[in-house]
Ligand binder design. Structure first.
Ligand code: SF4
Ligand code: SF4
Length: 396
């Protein structure tokens, strides 16, 4: 039961259809009362990573948020929308996101509350890699948390869904510090589960908006891909396994799922019940997925210029074409390694330059560039090394 996943068909964002799908999902999971009680306050931890309109499939669609809000109201509970995006965690910055992503409109039209508590709280946690994690105070104060994620590709972790969405529980720029602290995919994913552990007992449900997902250069600059599903469950790892399968990715190849198995979220054979529709109904064979292979540094004993050269063909790397760069400096602010510096050319144009010898390949710069300038390039030896993995990762 705890690991069961409800998979419901919902072909578009027509409000009535989404309302029906969410109602059906709760029924399949034994009723909404299993997750929230009368009088409780629920934090809806949405995905507002980037200032993009709902049709871009970057953020949790407002129709899904509204459907969950209506369901919560029916049991006599209440809720509010909350997230911390890539940028400062304050009212000024977040208001732009609430407006563009359609949350402010839900507030004005339906009275759905929007978080206005911008404090953070240092949570003590008996985690695998973290003992203290600063998190959003609004999440700490809520009685219950529903994680309303979006099914997307992700340049670093391969998939952004239920597990990854809780990274936004870390306030604003502190996320940069945590990327710097956990530089490998293994430790970064362990920390994601440590974040989930901070909210044990109240992080009751994960609802993935997979009506239209994202493929290609996710999580912010990919292409919307119609899937037609909503995935709901109490175990974030089970929800991610279903999401990965829909993207035609072998879940075992995802570092998130490996860590989930180690930590007992899933058994060795990834066994759990899928209620409602069969996963096969939604699998997209040609989904443009991402292989998360992490960074294997080569040539550590070599001089820096040689390290750069070796690693440019043995790994993936972020690339900023200086002609396209708008000089906003957001990548520089969010680089955990201080590997990016802003320069000015003779004509006075600002542009960003990456020192790849410092880069840990977290791809925050690619994720957060507002103008989709940063691209991820794979070196020839990297492609050779991972040719077989890429084939294996596909289920077919
Ligand atoms: S340059 Fe980009 S990928 Fe490299 S460490 Fe900085 S933000 Fe991460
Ligand atoms: S975030 Fe994008 S546009 Fe802004 S400086 Fe960096 S690469 Fe240039």
């Amino acid at each position: 039961m705890k690991n069961d996943v409800a998979l419901i068909e919902c072909c578009d964002y027509d409000q009535q259809k989404v309302d029906d799908a969410i109602t059906k999902g709760f029924k399949l999971l034994g009723g909404i009362e299993n997750f929230v009680k009368k009088g409780q306050m629920v934090a809806l931890k949405v995905n507002l990573v980037h200032k993009a309109p709902p049709q871009d499939a970057v953020t949790t669609h407002p129709a899904v948020v509204l459907a969950v809000f209506k369901a919560i109201k029916q049991v006599g509970a209440d809720c509010f929308v909350v997230d911390s995006a890539g940028g400062p965690y304050n009212a000024n910055f977040m208001e732009g996101l609430y407006k563009v992503c359609g949350m402010r409109q839900l507030n004005e039209k339906y009275g759905l509350k929007i978080n206005d508590n911008y404090d953070s709280f240092e949570m003590e946690v008996d985690g695998v890699v973290s003992k203290k994690i600063p998190v959003l105070d609004a999440l700490v104060k809520a009685d219950v948390i529903f994680n309303l994620c979006k099914l997307k590709t992700h340049g670093y972790t391969g998939i952004s869904n239920a597990v990854k969405n809780m990274y936004g529980a870390i306030p604003g720029m502190t996320k940069v510090e945590f990327h710097g602290r956990f530089q490998s995919l293994e430790t970064f994913n362990q920390n994601l589960f440590d974040i989930h552990k901070c909210f044990e007992g109240k992080l009751n449900l994960h609802i993935s908006d997979a009506i239209v997902g994202m493929e290609g250069a996710g999580p912010t600059h990919g292409t919307p891909r119609k899937i037609g599903a909503i995935i709901m469950g109490a175990n974030p790892a089970s929800v991610d396994v279903v999401g990965a399968k829909i993207m035609n990715v072998n879940p075992i190849a995802l570092p998130t799922i490996k860590v989930a198995q180690e930590r007992g979220f899933l058994n060795e054979n990834l066994e759990f019940n899928v209620l409602g529709e069969p996963v096969e109904k939604f699998v997209i064979k040609d989904y443009k997925s991402i292989t998360p292979n992490g960074f294997t540094p080569f040539g550590s004993g070599l001089p820096k210029f040689l390290q750069r050269w070796v690693n440019s063909w043995a790994n993936q790397k972020p690339v900023i074409p200086c002609k396209k760069c708008r000089g906003c400096g957001k990548c520089e602010q969010h680089c955990p390694q201080k590997a990016i510096t802003m320069k000015t050319n003779k004509k006075g144009k600002r542009y960003a330059v990456i020192d790849t010898s410092k880069c840990i390949r977290c791809f925050c710069c690619q994720e957060l560039c507002p103008f989709d300038v940063v691209k991820i390039k794979s070196g020839w030896f990297y492609k050779l090394r991972h040719r077989k993995d890429a084939k294996k990762q596909k289920n077919n």
